[in-house]
Design a protein. Structure first.
Length: 287
């Protein structure tokens, strides 16, 4: 008799699960976005940032929720139990400072030297500790899209916290309103969008086909989905009405010898609207 084991990463509930409506993987398919729009409840900016601030731990949506007590207990338990099980970390307070430094850089490319400098540790230690956060599902790294044609790309991965509530707690935001107008508002919005896309694949037992693009000419694409030899590019903007030229850097993918499928701008629009023949404004609450 042979045994087969499947290991499925488990994250907090996706936005659709919290709302109790059908979800499914997020693909570059306008017909799917339009179908979702008929059954999903639109969220305004205040509601989106309240969801970002609260995060996706199930306890946050199950009766009374003492945010400070919950997250402080979660962090203490993580440091005292999980980290000790995974490896020997001599200085737990330094590791907590490292987690906070990572939270402050959610949505940014990884720079081990800067992380190490912030916490007064070595770069190899920063690399090891980030690996612990990856192993325990606290963060995820999104790799840059690369093939042999693209010679000038930035090769460092981008780091995202998988729970924006924990990220907001570590970076000491007291309420959703303050977070929404803060200097980190764009980072949190992007983190929310990317983590929801990733969870949509995890929940279906699939490996998230997610990448980003940035090159030395400062052209950047926040999110790229790859499927069936086709690339689906997306920008992520907090605005309710991003400029129509927000998709201008998608042309950087034209030399990859792959098809470029439907993409667009994930943003705060109130519905799905076409930008061009292939690109659309997509509400973040549809993910």
């Amino acid at each position: 008799m042979s045994w087969r084991v499947a290991i499925i990463p488990i994250q907090g509930p996706a936005n659709s699960e919290i709302e109790g409506v059908p979800g499914g993987v997020f693909r570059g398919d306008p017909s799917e976005w339009l179908a979702r729009a008929k059954i999903r409840q639109p969220q305004n900016l205040k509601e989106v940032y309240q969801r970002i601030f609260t995060g996706s731990f199930p306890r946050a949506y199950n009766g009374d929720f003492d945010r400070e007590l919950y997250f402080s207990s979660y962090v203490d338990t993580y440091l005292q139990r999980d980290i000790r099980d995974l490896t020997q970390v001599a200085d737990e307070m330094a590791f907590l400072r490292f987690m906070t430094a990572c939270a402050a850089r959610t949505g940014c490319t990884v720079n081990y030297a800067e992380l190490a400098k912030d916490v007064a540790i070595s770069a190899p230690t920063a690399r090891q500790w980030l690996s612990l956060l990856l192993t325990s599902g606290i963060v995820i790294l999104v790799e840059p899209y690369y093939n042999n044609v693209l010679k000038r790309i930035v090769k460092a991965p981008k780091m995202y916290f998988m729970d924006t509530g924990l990220c907001a707690y570590l970076t000491r935001w007291d309420n959703a309103e303050t977070l929404e107008v803060s200097a980190m508002t764009g980072q949190f919005f992007e983190t929310h969008a990317v983590s929801e896309v990733i969870k949509s694949y995890y929940n279906a037992g699939k490996r998230p086909p997610v990448f980003y693009y940035r090159d030395s000419d400062q052209r950047e694409i926040d999110l790229i989905l790859e499927a069936n030899n086709t690339l689906y590019p997306f920008e992520i903007k907090k605005s309710a009405a991003p400029a129509r030229n927000a998709t201008r850097h998608f042309a950087a993918l034209s030399g990859t010898k792959k098809e470029i499928g439907a993409g667009g701008v994930i943003c705060m629009t109130d519905s799905v609207y076409p930008i061009s023949k292939e690109n659309y404004y997509v509400p973040v609450w549809l993910i």
